[in-house]
Design a protein around this ligand. Structure first.
Ligand SMILES: CC(=O)N[C@H]1[C@@H](OP(=O)(O)OP(=O)(O)OC[C@H]2O[C@@H](n3ccc(=O)[nH]c3=O)[C@H](O)[C@@H]2O)O[C@H](CO)[C@@H](O)[C@@H]1O
Ligand SMILES: C=C(OP(=O)(O)O)C(=O)O
Length: 419
């Protein structure tokens, strides 16, 4: 199994390009199932999750082709002749549940394996199911599968009792082909929802309010082919900014979307970093000083994202002062804590709160990646730990970060992948 070895102590310097967002490209790939013509997607990141989604779509009968470097993908949904997303694929990537809405809206049937729990929490799908039922789908859950059937869906009122990114995406996609108007209240407002809506609009959908907590969808009879470029990955971008800050370096990220990153940029400033924004470039400068501890509370967008919690915990581990980190989205998203402690971090957990007392130095050690962003936090800690940190189970990293070791090497980091 591949590992990553990092030798800490280099202050990172230079430019790094941000890739397309994992959490946008996966729903967009699923949305292509709604069209009756090929859909071309650009700025597609090289990620294992993209490969898995292509397998899910291929298994349904869609044609999936990509150009030589893989950054343009064309999905031809005309061959779809199955409506089953099997457990073998769904269990490796929860986003596969996002084929549910498109399949039932376009083909009147879907059988999608229940994604089940994962390292960061239980991650139920009851909100997805109730929302699709509100549009007229008949849904049963048995033998580990969600079975959905429908004639043409009809518009309805969906009022979520909690904010769910995935459920908002599933019902938004389904509503585009429903008869009549759907109102989604307490919708998630994440930039990836806006990007999905932009792609659906290019395909001929009629949507208002994406990016606000009320989305209104007027159903149309068909969605056609389109071309769409995936929005920049604000989590990858944030991870590189933390890499600059934690190492006391100066890093510029390019092709970013600063307007999607307010909460993260505000917390980096609070940690003492100088932040400069110039169009799609963001520079973080922490040269010559130690970060200050910053408190974090994760919550739905536009608040601080749960997907950046582990990376900021790594920053707090070597910061001056004591920080509290409250994780309000997932009940078990502190899997990185024990591994960070193996590097010498001082962290105490009580329920949803971690208290991090900054230490002056971390020391390299073998550690185990437990989930995607936990892995990123270990790489970040490894960049400042004395000596070598070897991170095992990096397949989690490859789900969500494109060539992370190459990008960090380009900034001067001593990091290699070991087979
Ligand atoms: C609001 C939020 O920050 N969502 C994050 C969540 O999206 P993802 O779409 O995976 O998860 P949701 O947004 O649906 O989950 C938000 C909360 O709702 C609960 N829930 C969800 C669906 C459901 O049917 N029933 C239910 O109870 C979840 O357990 C969780 O506590 O994980 C992604 C990957 O880390 C992040 O990119 C998203 O930012
Ligand atoms: C946990 C994440 O992704 P997923 O929902 O695909 O597990 C993430 O993007 O941080």
């Amino acid at each position: 199994m591949q590992k990553i070895a990092v030798t800490g102590g280099v202050a990172l310097e230079g430019d790094v390009r941000v890739s397309g967002a994992k959490n946008a490209v996966l729903p967009i790939l699923c949305a292509t199932l709604l069209a009756d013509e090929p859909v071309e997607i650009g700025n597609v990141p090289h990620l294992h999750d993209v490969v898995t989604t292509a397998k899910v779509l291929g298994g349904l009968g869609a044609g999936v082709t990509h150009d030589a470097d893989g950054s343009h993908v064309v999905v031809d949904p005309r061959g779809v002749d199955s409506h089953v997303a099997p457990y073998e694929l769904v269990r490796t990537m929860r986003a596969s549940v996002l084929v549910l809405g498109p399949l039932v809206a376009r083909h009147g049937a879907a059988e999608v394996a229940l994604p089940g729990g994962c390292a960061i929490g239980s991650r139920p799908v009851d909100l997805h199911i109730r929302a699709l039922e509100a549009l007229g789908a008949r849904i049963t859950v048995e033998h580990g599968f969600i079975n959905a059937r429908a004639g043409r869906l009809r518009g309805g009122h969906v009022a979520f009792d909690m904010v769910s990114v995935g459920a908002t995406e599933n019902v938004l996609m389904a509503a585009t082909l429903a008869q009549g108007t759907t109102v989604i209240d307490n919708a998630a407002r994440e930039p990836e929802i806006v990007d999905l809506a932009d792609c659906l609009l290019a395909m001929g959908a009629d949507i208002e309010g994406a990016g606000t907590s009320r989305i209104v969808v007027h159903g149309v009879d068909r969605l056609h082919g389109a071309r769409h470029d995936v929005v920049a990955d604000r989590i990858e971008a944030g991870t590189f900014l933390v890499a600059g800050a934690i190492t006391g370096g100066r890093v510029t990220i390019t092709h970013a979307r600063p307007d999607t990153m307010d909460a993260v940029l505000e917390r980096l400033s609070a940690a003492g970093a100088d932040i400069g924004i110039d169009g799609d470039r963001i520079t973080v400068d922490m040269r010559g000083r130690r970060p200050r501890a910053v408190d974090i509370t994760t919550a739905p967008h536009p608040a601080f994202p749960t997907d950046m919690q582990a990376q900021f915990m790594a920053l707090d581990c070597i910061a001056e002062g004591v920080a509290t980190i409250d994780e309000t989205i997932f009940e078990n998203r502190f899997m990185h804590v024990n591994e960070l402690m193996r590097l010498g971090a001082d962290i105490h957990i009580e329920g949803h709160r971690a208290t991090v007392t900054g230490v002056e130095r971390l020391s390299g050690a073998p550690v185990m990646a437990t989930d995607l962003r936990a892995s990123a936090s270990l790489v970040l800690a490894g960049l400042v730990a004395e000596g070598e940190t070897v991170i095992d189970r990096i397949y989690h990293l490859d789900r969500g970060y494109e060539h992370i070791e190459r990008k960090l090497s380009g900034l001067g980091a001593r990091i290699t992948r070991i087979d």
